[in-house]
Design a binder for this molecule. Structure first.
Ligand code: CMX
Length: 144
C-alpha cells in the first residue's frame, strides 16, 4: 500500500523558533515552507538536503489560530511533540478505498490539499494504533 515514510509531523507553537532549533541544533535544512489555511497551519519541511530523493522528512506544524487542530493538540499535549506519521502513496483514492474496505475510518470523504499541492487524507488515530496517520500522494512532478 505504502511507498515509504514521507514525513513525521511535529506540532510546535512557533514555526520560526522551531526552524531555528532544528537547523541550529540538528543541522537540518529547510526544504519547503508554506501556509495551509484550510488545515490551519504554518508548516516547514526539513531534511538533510544531502539525499536525492530526500529521505523521510520532518514536518514542523504551527497553528495559525486558536481553532487550529494543532492549537488543540498543543493544549491537550501540554506542549510540542509528535503529532502525526505520514506515509507516501502512489494512488490515494485506491489506498483510501482499500483501507475503508478493511474497516478503518478515513477523516475526509475525499482527499484534501496538503504540502506542495499533495492530495492528503488521514486515518483516525483510534484506527491506527493511537497514531494520527496521514496519507499523501505527491503531485505527479514531485513524486519519486
Ligand atoms: N495523535 C494521536 N491521537 C490523537 C491525535 C493525534 N494527533 N489527535 C487526537 N488524538 C486522540 C485524542 O487524544 C482522543 O483520544 P481519547 O478519546 O482517548 O482522549 C481521540 O484521538 C479523539 O480526539 P477528539 O477530541 O475526538 O478529536 P480531536 O478534535 O482532537 O481531533 C483528529 C482528532 C484526528 C480528528 C484531528 O486532529 C484531525 O482532524 N486531524 C487531521 C488534520 C490535521 O491534523 N491537520 C494538521 C496537519 C496538516 C498537515 O499535515 O498538512
Amino acid at each position: 500500500l505504502f511507498i515509504c515514510i514521507d514525513h513525521v509531523g511535529l506540532a510546535v507553537a512557533d514555526i520560526d523558533e522551531a526552524i531555528k532549533f532544528h537547523t541550529e541544533k540538528f543541522g537540518f535544512r529547510v526544504l519547503h515552507k508554506e501556509v495551509n489555511e484550510e488545515q490551519g497551519v504554518a508548516e516547514a519541511m526539513l531534511g538533510t538536503g544531502t539525499q536525492q530523493p530526500e529521505s523521510a522528512q520532518i514536518q514542523l506544524l504551527a497553528p495559525l489560530n486558536e481553532n487550529s487542530t494543532i492549537a488543540k493538540w498543543l493544549t491537550r499535549n501540554g506542549g510540542p511533540g509528535m503529532q502525526q506519521l505520514c506515509y507516501r502513496v502512489a494512488d490515494i483514492d485506491a489506498v483510501c478505498a482499500t483501507l475503508r474496505e478493511r474497516g478503518l475510518r478515513l477523516l475526509y470523504p475525499e482527499p484534501k490539499t496538503g504540502t506542495g499541492g499533495a492530495r492528503i487524507n488521514f486515518v483516525h488515530p483510534k484506527d491506527a494504533g493511537g497514531v494520527l496517520l496521514e496519507l499523501t500522494q505527491p503531485p505527479a512532478e514531485a513524486a519519486h
